[in-house]
Design a binder for this molecule. Structure first.
Ligand code: G6P
Length: 615
């Protein structure tokens, strides 16, 4: 949520900052801005409401010189999205400029105190308070920017990643982090700074992840030094080599990242499985689980915390773990879990499930569980992100960068890892026979090819989308393993088309929701051949009897549902526990094409951000 970019070196900063903002736009896109110290020594700030393109347009006839700068793309928290509230923010004397990701909880107290000292505020943001506080400390203590940022960091309460530059010292960027991510790229003779590695990767693959409570001094001649904010002790700098490729960050000929990411799933799931299932399906290797085998074997229960799409994957994970491991599983919204004084004890295993690895609520939930003695395990996508670094162990889903705000390939990657994990733990507990393991693990290996086959229906789904583009409401029904799939199908549609959609357990529908069914309320019903197939068929009949239109997602060759439903989308047969990996695909495509028909901004839907680093 909000993206930060910074550059110091010999090149022109502006192009690097703008390109970086484009890469980070998925984190927020209601306004953006840059601050650069120009060749004439002036500090220029350019800001514009709207997407980064608007900023580029605004800045096109301005002085864009300078080889040091910071930039920001915003997802508004304090103050509406407009030019004034956009970052960077100047200090009163205009000697400092600052960008910030996070929220400062005590900003009104600080603002009041600074106002009494004569500081005037032009924006409604919490961020402006931080830059004014730093300037106040510099002036009253007659100290350096570094010392003032360190002192200010001790006074502010909340989450922040900040970067500050100083007009009178154009050779340094000072950055600090508490609960919001910051990565520093180390180039040949320059440094890059960003909220994640995506803006950095085209310049260098060497990065340093700043830890919570650290402050970095990035100096043109002295290089990078990192200190602990409280003790001022120098931290050891640990350089990580990134393996991400620049192609992964491009659209690759697709009109939207979302479509590219949907079509990438055969490859991303192959990567996710790679090296983890033996060729004959007889063995599963997840080192993060095997190394902590005892924790899983002795677990009293498993708690999975997650948000959004990851929460839906967690619900499927519950079925998988309970089915194969016979361990009770609770699934909690991370935002609820952290504030409900949850009963967590030693012997509990908490799984934090998150694509970005940065979701503030999920991170806080895992810290809470850790403090109460749970073993915490992360399942994330973004390598080196905050959650994997805060957990005792974990597994990456390895599906590559997901840029489209609506999650697609991360969802199927999460379900795949949860399936492998449940099988492995079940086998270690002696509850999954070799034959069962081999059958399901071999089926996991078939998933990429089966998804490829589902893509043959792409044109059919595109045409179907035309029929439903102007629906105002949608119902998504599913049962068992595919009840969470129904929730996810509905979320996909809501997120990108802004059509109201509700996911519901198919049988529960008759206890209220059925009252909504009429000619104008289409239902997507997941009616694959599972252990409740006949009952789902009855649910379809109930919808049809009330004049509802039904799009059914069925197992290949199902003639019974085909004779009842208005439209049928077939998916190949596979082990029941893996069906959500296949049923997700037509629902992702349906949501995508409906949103495109409605002219929506599919990759950057209104009000959303991909990485939610605020509460
Ligand atoms: C945001 C995104 C969703 C995502 C959710 C959780 O709301 O728009 O797509 O599912 O955050 O994110 P995480 O990175 O923790 O999976």
């Amino acid at each position: 949520m909000c993206g930060i970019v910074g550059y110091i070196g010999k090149r022109n900063a502006y192009q690097i900052l703008i390109q970086g903002l484009h890469r980070l736009e998925y984190r927020g896109y209601d306004s953006s801005g840059v601050a650069m110290i120009a060749e004439n020594g002036e500090m220029n700030i350019y800001k514009a409401k709207g997407k980064v393109d608007a900023l580029e347009h605004y800045a096109s006839n301005k002085d864009l010189s300078g080889n040091i700068g910071i930039a920001h793309t915003r997802w508004a928290t304090h103050g509406e999205p407009n030019d004034v509230n956009a970052h960077p923010h100047f200090s009163q004397s205009r000697n400092l400029a600052l960008v910030h990701n996070g929220t400062i909880e005590n900003y009104s107290v600080l603002k009041e105190a600074l106002s009494q000292q004569g500081y005037e505020f032009v924006s409604e943001t919490d961020t402006e308070v931080v830059v004014q506080l730093i300037e106040y400390i510099m002036q009253t203590n007659a100290c350096s920017l570094f010392e003032a940022v360190r002192e200010a960091a001790k006074q502010v309460v909340g989450a922040y990643a900040i970067a500050v530059i100083e007009k009178s010292n154009p050779d340094r960027i000072i950055a600090a982090r508490q609960s919001s991510p910051l990565v520093i790229g180390v180039g040949e003779d320059d440094f890059f700074l960003a909220s994640d590695a995506t803006p950095i990767i085209e310049y260098t693959n060497k990065v340093v992840y700043l830890n919570d409570g650290e402050i970095a001094v990035i100096d043109r001649t002295e290089g990078l030094n990192v200190y602990d904010i409280n003790s001022n002790d120098e931290s050891q700098i640990c350089i990580t080599e990134l393996k991400m490729s620049i192609e992964e960050l491009e659209k690759g000929g697709y009109p939207h990242f979302m479509l590219k990411e949907i079509f990438e799933q055969p490859k991303t799931l192959t990567d996710c499985i790679s090296g983890r299932i033996s060729a004959d399906g007889s063995q599963i290797v997840l080192s993060g689980v095997i190394e902590h085998k005892e924790k899983f074997l002795n677990a009293n229960r498993v708690i999975i915390v997650a948000c959004g799409t990851s929460w839906h994957a967690a619900l499927i994970g519950k079925h998988l773990i309970e089915d194969f491991c016979r361990i009770p599983v609770e699934v909690a919204y991370a935002s609820e879990f952290r504030y409900c004084n949850p009963v967590v004890r030693e012997g509990d295993v908490l799984i934090a499930l998150s694509q970005s690895g940065e979701t503030a609520d999920t991170l806080a939930a895992l810290e809470l569980a850790k403090s109460r003695g749970a073993f915490v395990f992360g399942i994330c996508n973004v390598i080196g992100s905050s959650i994997p670094r805060a957990t005792h162990s974990g597994c990456y889903i390895h599906v590559g960068p997901e840029i489209g705000v609506a999650s697609t390939k991360a969802f199927t990657g999460q379900v795949t890892v949860l399936a492998m994990m449940a099988l492995l733990v079940g086998q270690m507990k002696g509850l999954v026979s070799d034959e069962k393991l081999q059958k399901v693990a071999s089926d996991i290996r078939r998933v990429p090819a089966l998804i490829q086959k589902i893509f043959e229906m792409n044109d059919k789904i595109e045409n179907l989308a035309k029929i439903f583009t102007y629906a105002h409401n949608f119902l998504y029904l599913g049962r068992g393993y595919n009840f969470p799939s129904a929730l996810e199908g509905a979320l996909k549609l809501k997120e990108i088309s802004y059509i109201h959609a509700e996911g519901y357990p198919a049988a529960e529908m008759k206890h209220g929701t059925i009252a909504l069914i009429d000619n104008d309320m289409p239902s997507v019903v997941i009616a694959i051949k599972d252990n409740v197939y006949e009952k789902t068929v009855s649910n379809i009949q109930q919808v049809k009897a009330r004049g509802g239109k039904v799009v059914a997602i069925v197992t290949e060759g199902d003639e019974i549902v085909a004779s009842l439903a208005d439209y049928v989308l077939e998916v190949p047969e596979i082990s029941e526990c893996l069906t959500p990996l296949l049923t997700a695909i037509p629902m992702q495509l349906l949501a995508y094409y409906i949103a495109v028909n409605k002219g929506r901004n599919v990759d950057q839907p209104r009000n959303l951000a991909k990485s939610v680093t605020v509460e």
